[in-house]
Design a binder for this molecule. Structure first.
Ligand code: ADP
Length: 577
């Protein structure tokens, strides 16, 4: 780089020096020549006039003597002619050998009475001469001065200019060399700093003075480096904060690139796997659970959050895995250890199941005895009322324990569901048959809608995978509710329609309906919109929770739609067989 700058500068200097020298040569040379010629001309004209005067007045010398003396004095050739042009005397030749000079331009002018001048190359000597002629009575005189001096002057000018140019060239060489060394040193420092920044040394600075473009470039690089250093420090700081936060979490977190390599893992993740996570190693080497790997892959591919349960990451422990896609490909997975939660949950379920189970016998006994007493004794008086209250509450407690036991068994997976392909119409008929009489006795019309809104008949719907008894229980809970809370409508409609992944069944009533704020919590256990009403009608608050868990066990779902005073629709979807 240094040499390139040097040669470029030198080339520029050379062009400038050569152009200046050529222009000076032409302009100075011609100016000098012109002024010299004018000077010689003036001088020669004066000498010619003096020569003419002497020819007129000097009677003491012959014409030949005068010509010789004047020629010598003027350093020129002196010639005298008569009016016809015949040479009378000449300082350098024999006049008799000379031709007639009347036609020579300067003589022609002199013979006409004026001073004549001419510059031309001499035939005899071959060099240029300046000729000046002046008239004398009966002829003319002439001085011829050789112009070879002028040419000598010109070549002197050339030589001096050449010298001057050479000296200028040497100075240019020195200037170009030192300028190129100075410039290239500054540029090299800029390159050096740029390379250091590229390698991560963000504190590197050029620190040049901004006196010219290079200085301004250096200042811009320094400013950029400062900006990058500050941004980098901010990023590092927030990264450290994030790392601290993630490391202080109980949940294990692992980031995986789009090609399945471990990018980052928190300390909880390191503690989880015995061999610690290895960065940039395939994630399958760290976590071999197929459910976990599938969730990560799905999150990466679909760019959607995926959740799953993984049980083979650490033997005997279950994890809730949430895999979220990262913006630049890959995914980050959070693993929550469910073992303890599930253990507590199981203990709770077992406890409820045990308590319910243990209460069954004494409750049956209380119920039995209170009924026997009510049936056997006639004159009970006000005791009948007390006995009736005991019987009613015992029955309610029995229903509660029964529902609690059912829910605990369904939730824990203890209840086995024997699913089989069942045509939807059969499930609807089963439900309708068992409630037909009860409904009629309560003045409620219960009927199945055979054709759905899109004109598909229920008969033609595909079979669903269901446990008949369990689905019957769901229908029972829903129809029971419809009768309890929707009785004012006097009508209950059952039906089925095609859904995205199976068939959706529904139970619709035209009663009081449910305010929208209650809908999201309706399927929670013991959630009741109107506690007193539920209790009065023998409700336990567990019917919908049981229905929900039966649906979950079937791989289906359940939902409620309702509007106050416009009835409610409870719909559940069963997967196609
Ligand atoms: P419960 O034993 O109290 O009926 P459920 O779990 O079956 O318990 O129902 C929860 C609550 O949802 C009920 O208490 C009731 O307030 C409301 N609900 C259920 N079905 C209907 C319906 N068809 N119309 C209006 N409210 C209903």
């Amino acid at each position: 780089m240094k040499n390139r700058i040097f040669f470029k500068l030198l080339a520029v200097f050379l062009i400038v020096i050569a152009a200046t020298a050529a222009i000076l040569d032409v302009m100075l040379g011609s100016a000098w020549e012109a002024s010299l010629l004018t000077e010689i001309e003036r001088n020669l004209t004066q000498k010619t006039l003096l020569f003419a005067h002497r020819v007129e007045t000097d009677r003491a010398h012959s014409l030949n003597e005068i010509a010789a003396q004047e020629g010598l004095a003027a350093g020129a050739r002196a010639t005298i002619i008569d009016a016809s042009g015949k040479v009378l005397a000449d300082s350098e030749s024999n006049p008799s050998n000379m031709e007639n000079h009347a036609t020579r331009k300067e003589f022609a002018a002199a013979l006409a009475g004026q001073t004549g001048e001419n510059v031309r190359r001499s035939d005899t000597l071959g060099i240029p001469f300046l000729y000046v002629a002046a008239p004398v009575s009966g002829g003319a005189v002439r001085l011829a001065y050789p112009l070879s001096d002028v040419e000598a002057v010109q070549s002197q000018v050339h030589r001096r200019l050449l010298w001057g140019s050479s000296v200028a060239l040497i100075i240019a060489l020195i200037i170009a060399a030192s300028a190129s060394v100075w410039t290239s040193r500054r540029l090299e420092r800029i390159v050096d700093v740029a390379v250091r920044i590229e390698r991560g040394d963000l504190q590197a600075r050029v620190q040049d003075r901004p006196i010219d473009e290079i200085g301004r470039v250096a200042a811009a690089i320094d400013r950029t480096a400062g900006q990058v250093e500050r941004s980098f420090a901010a990023v590092r700081s927030s990264q450290r904060q994030l790392e601290t936060l993630l490391n202080s979490m109980q949940d294990a977190v692992i980031a995986i690139s789009s090609d399945g390599l471990v990018q980052w893992a928190n300390q909880a993740m390191d503690r989880l796997v015995p061999q610690r996570t290895r960065l940039n190693a395939p994630v399958v080497e760290t976590i071999r659970d197929p459910d976990f790997l599938a969730a990560v892959k799905a999150a990466t591919a679909t760019k959607q959050v995926k959740t799953t349960r993984a049980t083979s990451i650490v033997s005997g422990r279950a994890f809730d895995v949430t895999a979220a896609p990262l913006p630049d490909g890959g995914a980050v997975a959070v693993l929550r250890d469910l073992t303890e939660t599930e253990r507590v949950e199981k203990t709770r379920r077992d406890f409820i199941a045990n308590v319910s189970h243990e209460l069954r016998t004494p409750l049956t006994s209380i119920q039995g005895y209170s009924e026997t007493l009510l049936d056997s004794a006639d004159n009970l008086g006000s005791n009948r009322e007390f006995l009736e209250i005991i019987r009613k509450n015992a029955a309610r407690m029995a229903r509660l324990t029964e529902d609690l036991l059912t829910l605990a068994r369904v939730e824990s997976g203890e209840t086995r569901f024997d699913t089989e392909p069942v045509p939807p119409i059969e499930l609807l008929h089963d439900a309708e048959e068992s409630f037909r009489e009860i409904a009629r006795s309560q003045g409620v019309e219960l009927k199945i809608i055979e054709t759905s809104e899109k004109n598909t008949s229920v008969e033609s719907l595909p079979a669903v995978r269901a446990d008949r008894e369990a689905i019957h229980q769901v229908f029972s809970n829903l129809i029971d509710n419809a009768m309890k809370y929707g009785r004012s409508g006097g009508r209950i409609v059952l039906g089925a329609r095609p859904a995205v992944r199976g068939v959706e069944f529904f139970v619709q009533d035209f009663g009081a309906g449910i305010a929208s704020e209650h809908l999201p919590r309706l399927f929670e256990r013991f959630y009741r919109v109107d506690k007193a009403r539920s209790r009065e009608s023998g409700g336990t608050g567990l019917g919908l929770a049981i229905a929900k868990h039966i649906m979950l066990a079937h791989g289906g779902s359940i939902r409620a739609e309702s509007e106050l005073n416009h009835g409610s629709t409870f719909a559940f979807t069963l997967p196609a067989a």
